[in-house]
Design a protein around this ligand. Structure first.
Ligand code: DTR
Length: 338
């Protein structure tokens, strides 16, 4: 009797409970629900582009897909984004590749001082580069788009007018930007952007090296009254999706997302360039921030010269087509900047 009841219970569970869950790709299973994780606060550009992508996908799939967004590291943090998406903690995640330079080695070549002039060009260059090389660290996920920040500049509590001034100043940066700060003589400190407001408040760092929209979006202009214009390098980002989830999506939904890849890269770059300019204007007009051109700019540039060749030499020794990648980046910059 007991066994029969257990058996009936098991059949009930299988038919009604498991059956009602279904698979996301089934036509009659209701809308496909996707979670999208992001690490910085909602007002910042990575989250603005996330909301734009969500709106476009929901619109273009006529309600077939519903995307729940999780900004501010509420689902995954800056450094566990990739593994969290691979594990399925989130279906989609936005990550800054510069926070794990040892993992995303080749795509971080875009963060070498190669003269990417703005975020629109940077985003198109990075996206094309990825599609040519299909970089191995992304093999376990579906890459939905890639984009970059605008070029970095130094925001600081103390004025940095020349190379002497930067010696030993604690400045926060990651990836390619971190290498550059080191050759200029700063005391480089690595941490994700989301940890930077507290570090600036506490005085752990005296400034940061990033694109300038953060002066307004994070209100860094209230603390950093000086900006030294260096206009290099960019930080590369990627938006990735869990591979199983991707494979479970209906073909027409996949097509909407595929078609959005290039458009989203360009949209985000263009948006980033716009808000960086707005932030400069706001920092000057509302916060009295001084913008400085280094008096010895030629020397700053000279210090950067060996970085690219040293990177190529090191990576070629490891059997990586580094020379070709750098040549491609230079050619793509030319293509998109024109
Ligand atoms: N420049 C990188 C990335 C970055 C630039 N703006 C934002 C805003 C929110 C998160 C990350 C970023 C950095 O300094 O981390």
């Amino acid at each position: 009797m007991k066994r029969q009841i257990l058996l009936l219970a098991a059949i009930f569970f299988a038919v009604f409970v498991i059956g009602s869950i279904g698979t996301p790709g089934e036509a009659n299973a209701g809308p496909v629900k996707l979670s999208y994780a992001n690490f910085p606060p909602p007002v910042t550009f990575p989250c603005v582009q996330m909301e734009r992508w969500k709106d476009e996908v929901e619109k273009r799939t006529n309600g077939k897909v519903v995307i729940n967004t999780f900004p501010g590291s509420t689902l995954l943090g800056p450094k566990d984004m990739m593994d969290g998406v691979i594990a399925g903690t989130a279906d989609i995640g936005n990550l800054c590749q510069a926070y794990q330079p040892g993992r995303f080695v080749l795509s971080n070549a875009t963060a070498l001082p190669l003269g990417i002039p703005n975020a629109r060009v940077g985003s198109m260059v990075l996206w094309d580069l990825y599609r040519k090389y299909n970089f191995e660290p992304f093999n376990k996920v579906k890459v939905l788009t890639m984009f970059t920040t605008a070029p970095s500049n130094i925001m600081s509590k103390v004025p940095i007018r020349n190379l002497n001034d930067i010696q030993g100043v604690s400045l926060r940066a990651s990836g390619g930007a971190a290498q550059i700060l080191k050759v200029w003589g700063a005391n480089q400190i690595g941490m994700p952007m989301s940890a930077t407001p507290e570090a600036l408040q506490k005085g752990t760092v005296q400034g940061l090296f990033s694109s300038l929209e953060v002066m307004k979006d994070f209100k860094f202009a209230e603390l950093c009254k000086y900006v030294t214009m260096t206009q290099t390098p960019i930080y590369p980002f990627a938006v990735v999706m869990n591979m199983e989830k991707w494979n479970s999506l209906p073909k027409d939904v996949q097509k909407v997302m595929e078609d959005l890849g290039t458009e989203q890269a360009e949209w985000t770059g263009t948006y980033m360039d716009k808000i960086a300019l707005e932030s400069i204007a706001w920092s000057k007009a509302n916060q009295g921030v001084e913008f400085i051109e280094p008096s010895d700019k030629a020397q700053w540039d000279k210090k950067l010269e060996p970085i690219v060749d040293a990177w190529i030499a090191k990576k070629e020794k490891e059997g990586v087509p580094a020379k070709e990648i750098v040549a491609d980046i230079r050619a793509l910059i030319k293509k998109y900047a024109e």
